[in-house]
Structure formats: structure tokens, C-alpha cells
Design a protein around this ligand. Sequence first.
Ligand SMILES: Nc1nc2c(ncn2[C@@H]2O[C@H](COP(=O)(O)OP(=O)(O)OP(=O)(O)O)[C@@H](O)[C@H]2O)c(=O)[nH]1
Ligand SMILES: [Mg+2]
Length: 254
Amino acid sequence: MAENDLLSRDDWPAGQVLVQAATYNERENIAALIDAVLAAGPDLQLLIVDDDSPDGTGRFALDVAEREPRLHVLVRRGRRGLGSAILEGFMTARAHGFEVSVNMDADFSHDPADIPRLLAALDPAGGRPADIAIGSRRVAGGRTIGWPLSRHVASRLVCWFTRWVLWVPALDSSGGFRAVRLSTLDRIDREKFAQGYAFQEDFLWRVHRAGGRIVEVPITFTDRTRGSSKADFAETRRSIGELLHLARITWLGI
Ligand SMILES: Nc1nc2c(ncn2[C@@H]2O[C@H](COP(=O)(O)OP(=O)(O)OP(=O)(O)O)[C@@H](O)[C@H]2O)c(=O)[nH]1
Ligand SMILES: [Mg+2]
């Protein structure tokens, strides 16, 4: 947290699982998202990491947090980037003693009702615990609704690259719906993460190289119906550069 940032109340209830959603101009989704996440489990708490959205998303969430003890809001000033927002959410979760973070987009592409299934996959009864459970469109039973062909192609290319060039054992490496065991962060270098959208692949790459275990749980991903995308050309170009950087380290060690 930086000096000019705004944070909702600091007296958080004790908890194990913190759901976090990074937001930028999600005013049309934020009210329903808060309700749906808090309804997904009585013990869940929610952190919104907003980058001072011009449409007032952060201000609105701060107001709701005044009367909802399970909602926390960090409004960052002077910083942007999905990856850096997620990383800051991880640090905030740890600082408040949480063991697991569930990351999701705020545009209802990820269904809050799937959160319990992701958590169950992290600690399956009688099975091997995992470090990350991905809400996956690419395992049996998973699917994507509402995307144009161009999005399918771009997403497949990125997932193929991550699987076969970066050697990350995951079929859906670009999605942002994940349960993450926070102790995993101790094993990886947090300074060097990609700051934008490539954070998603970058994070899996680092966790895998540190010996972390990744599992995938089928989800239905639905393209957003409200608000607009932030994944513009500049962001896409930056992400490609960051993925190529990881490929160089994977193959050349530099
Ligand atoms: N805090 C923060 N959140 C961001 C930033 N960029 C995007 N987000 C949020 O990250 C999530 C994913 O962004 P989206 O715009 O939905 O990206 P996408 O899913 O690839 O694109 P569409 O769903 O097609 O619009 C959403 O909750 C956004 O509000 C950012 O710079 N800072
Ligand atoms: Mg989206």
C-alpha cells in the first residue's frame, strides 16, 4: 500500500479464505459481484483492489464496505496493472493472516458459485493437496460461452505457448479464476512478476518451477455482458513481450 491509497476499515474478521477481484471501471458489475461472492459462502471475505477507476467503482465499494464487515477495499492511486493488483492483493491477504486467496475477474466471466469447488480441489478429502486450483475452460466439462472466434484463437495460442514452450503443466493458463495457497508465495521470487495480464501465465510458471502442484477444475466461462474490456492493444503487446522473456529464461537460462 502506498501513501495516497485508500483502504476500508483495518479491523478485519479472522478468516482463512480471501476472495480477491481486481477492478478497473467495473461500476456496472461491482454491486452484484459483492453480493454474489459474499453469498457463495458464509466464511468468505472479499477484497476489491481497484486502481482508482474513473467510473467510481472503488468509491462505491468503499461505501458498501462501511456496512459490510466481510468486504475490504483497497483503492490504489497512481498505479495500474492487473498483475500488480493481484500481487498486492496476495500481500494484503497474508498480512491479515489468510491461508488461501481465490482470484477472479469482476465481470461475471467467473461464476462466484464455483468458488467452493475450487477450494475443494485445493484440499481434496483423502487426496493430495495442491498449491493452485485453476478454474479451467480446457479440461473435460469446462467451456467458454460468448467469445468470437478471434478470442478463441488468441487464447488457444497463449495456452499452447505456455504449455509447450514454457513447460507449465496446465491446459488453461491464461484464465484468472484460481484458488491459491498463499504459503506458495514463500517459494518464489515476487519482485520480478509481469505487471499486466501476463501475470497469469507468469505466476503459474514460477510456481511450477518452484515445485508447486497445479490442478484444474472445469468451469463455464461466460464473456462479459456489462462494462468493457481493458485488454487493449498496448496490453497485448506488453504481455507478448513478457511471455517471450519467460521463454528466454526457460530455454536459455538468461
Ligand atoms: N486493479 C486493476 N484491475 C484491472 C486492470 N485491468 C483489468 N482489471 C480487471 O481485471 C479483470 C479482467 O479484465 P477484463 O477487462 O475483464 O479482461 P478480459 O477478461 O481479458 O477481457 P473482457 O472480459 O473481454 O472484457 C477485470 O475485473 C478488470 O476490471 C488494472 O489495470 N487494474
Ligand atoms: Mg473479462
